[in-house]
Design a protein around this ligand. Structure first.
Ligand code: F6R
Length: 238
């Protein structure tokens, strides 16, 4: 694993945006895996700047998002689908047919999960996966205890995640309790991983994930086994 210390959030975001831009310039038809949350927001703003300046052409990429809340329709302001359209996809004018996000309102959720895995395979797998880190060590919505062999599945969110994500909702009760997430194996099968670490309460968990034993209790620790993973840490949080 390559570990890079960025001086602050802005520096981390620039490094991430450059890595994504390099990937798309090298392979314009890249399949990119994206994350939501606070961590990648500035990275997405910089990618939008690259698009506007004509530095990077995103028109031929395909995208897969890590996760989506169950029960929120794609036009719900807190759905991850809405988040991605607002913060990146609409602004880089990405054709909707190239965007893949699990459908949180699917009637048959296990079918939705299987179809999502199949869609990833049918586009040749994910070339570059962007990840954020949960304060409990989750990646995607793979909470502590998730089987390392998991593929896209339905998950019950932990109390810690519900509490952390309640900042985007009116109150704790409004936060969905379940989600669809790509599994640990789906993430490990991606060809390149970039984990961004920023935000409160992440200092201790990233230390454990990088230098502690690999354990399903700290899902991010499995990234130690990925052959092509980079971690960019905003060192102002340490
Ligand atoms: C979001 C996701 C989550 C977040 C993590 C960190 O799609 O998969 O794993 O990356 O919860 O969230 P923030 O960046 O808000 O601290």
């Amino acid at each position: 694993m390559e570990i890079i210390y960025a001086s602050n959030y802005e520096d981390m975001s620039r490094k991430a945006a450059i890595a994504i831009a390099q990937q798309v310039i090298k392979k314009p038809t890249s399949v990119l895996g994206f994350a939501t949350g606070s961590t990648p927001l500035r990275t997405y703003e910089i990618l939008i700047e690259y698009h506007r300046q004509g530095i990077v052409d995103f028109s031929c990429i395909n995208t897969f998002n890590l996760d989506e809340y169950i029960g929120l329709s794609s036009d719900h302001p807190q759905s991850y689908s809405f988040f991605m359209l607002k913060n990146l996809f609409r602004q880089i004018q990405l054709d909707p047919s190239r965007i893949h996000i699990p459908l949180g309102t699917a009637l048959d959720l296990s079918r939705e999960c299987a179809d999502y895995e199949e869609a990833i395979q049918s586009l040749g797998g994910i070339d570059f996966q962007l990840l954020g880190l949960g304060s409990n060590g989750h990646i995607g919505f793979n909470e502590p205890g998730t089987h390392l062999n998991s593929i896209t599945h339905v998950v019950s969110l932990s109390q810690e995640t519900i509490k952390a994500n309640s900042r985007f909702f009116i109150n704790l009760e409004e936060v969905p309790k379940k989600a669809i997430t790509m599994g640990i194996k789906s993430i490990m099968n991606t060809r390149k991983i970039l984990l961004l670490v920023s935000g409160e309460k992440k200092a201790e968990i990233i230390r454990q994930a990088l230098s502690g034993p690999i354990s399903k209790e700290i899902p991010a620790s499995v990234l130690q086994l990925h052959p092509n993973a980079t971690v960019v840490i905003d060192q102002s949080i340490l």
